[in-house]
Ligand binder design. Structure first.
Ligand code: MRU
Length: 349
């Protein structure tokens, strides 16, 4: 099974190349970001999205900035690079991976003593970060395989697949690894209002790999659980703090329904998504434009003048999580944060 490559660095064109996820499933188009401004706009518009992919975008974003800054004097170059790094990190607030990717490359660059060395080190570090993400997804996938036996129907939300990572995926990485090891898995993909990452992206990439997938409106999930049609829920995460899991809006509702129906609820997330240093009080939940909810296919769906709340993410408390599927193993809550911090340090995070 060869998964799609979501994002890459093109050294000849000096650009970050990414699949434009706003055009799928109708059109498969690559976008070349030749400036930091264009990359930031791609992140805000969700041309590239999903926590691990945002980390890789952030890492390559620093490479792009390092090539575009004209300063020849090293300390002035570094000051300008820090400004660009801050702008990239600020493009979207909730997924921790964006800053993890930027910081990983900036740490490598800080060791360099000249502008050419800084540019070379940035590219080296960003490539290392992208391969580490791919490796983590495969590791996480094989750990998760132990949870799937025989015929299994997995409900997932949003897109936590290859498109959300550098390849393979987190929640869908578990599905892919299980299928490769011979399990019969079918996926119920919640459409994921309002931007339909489940209907458009999860369905697209699973169909491409020949994995059976059915799309349902988000509001059908509890009904299918009650009918006994769901064996487990697997979702990804944008950030895991010691007190909550931040993921696409609607995740919490699936966790509550799964608990009520005694269905296991798994969160598949690499170590790069764990954030030991923050809590729900100091993470910003992104609120997006009213029009994403108030219009559909060009038609107005909410009367003018009526307020809309369009939170992009919600919080699920750890006690609703059956287990975290990570690149270092499956962990039942309460999470051992000392173990997480040690493993993150060992991987240079
Ligand atoms: O707004 P998005 O599409 O970036 O949100 C993505 C999600 O919520 C995913 O579930 C999450 O990033 C996990 S991706 C492996």
């Amino acid at each position: 099974m060869k998964a799609v490559e979501t994002i890459s660095w093109d050294d000849d064109e000096v650009s970050v190349t990414l699949i434009d996820q706003t055009r799928l499933p109708e059109h498969f188009r690559l976008v070349r970001c030749r400036s930091v401004d264009r990359l930031i706009s791609a992140i805000r518009r969700l041309e590239v999205r999903g926590a691990p992919a945002l980390g890789v975008a952030g890492a390559y974003g620093v490479v792009l900035a390092s090539r575009k800054i004209r300063e020849k004097e090293h300390s002035r170059f570094m000051r300008a690079l820090w400004v660009e790094a801050g702008r990239i990190t600020g493009a979207r607030p909730t997924a921790v991976n964006l800053s993890t990717g930027v910081d990983f490359v900036m740490r490598a660059v800080e060791e360099a003593h000249s502008v050419p060395a800084a540019r070379a080190d940035a590219l080296h570090a960003a490539r290392e970060f992208a391969s580490a993400d791919a490796r983590a997804c495969h590791e996480l996938g094989s750990h998760g395989t132990s949870l799937i036996r025989g015929r299994t129907t997995v409900l997932t939300h949003c897109n936590a697949g290859a498109l959300a990572c550098s390849e393979w995926g987190t929640a869908l990485g578990v599905v892919r690894s299980a299928v490769e090891s011979g399990a019969e898995v079918q996926v119920i993909a919640c459409e994921t209002r309002p931007l339909l990452q489940g209907a458009r992206l999860t369905a697209w990439e699973l169909q491409r790999d020949g994995i059976p997938v059915t799309v349902i409106p988000d509001s059908s999930a509890a009904f299918l659980m009650r009918r006994g049609e769901i064996d487990m829920v697997i979702v990804g995460a944008d950030r895991v703090t010691p007190d909550a899991v931040f993921n696409k809006i609607g995740t919490y509702m699936h966790a509550v329904s799964a608990r009520y129906h005694e269905i296991p609820f798994f969160v598949a997330a690499p170590l790069s998504t764990f954030d030991p240093g923050r809590s729900t009080d100091n993470v910003t939940i992104e609120e997006r434009d009213r029009n994403e909810v108030a219009s559909c296919g060009g038609a107005v769906t909410v009367p003018d003048g009526v307020d809309v709340r369009n939170y992009a993410f919600d919080l699920t408390p750890h006690d609703l999580v059956t287990a975290f599927i990570t690149d270092v193993g499956v962990m039942k809550p309460p999470v051992d944060w000392k173990q997480i911090e040690a493993a993150r340090r060992a991987r240079g995070m």
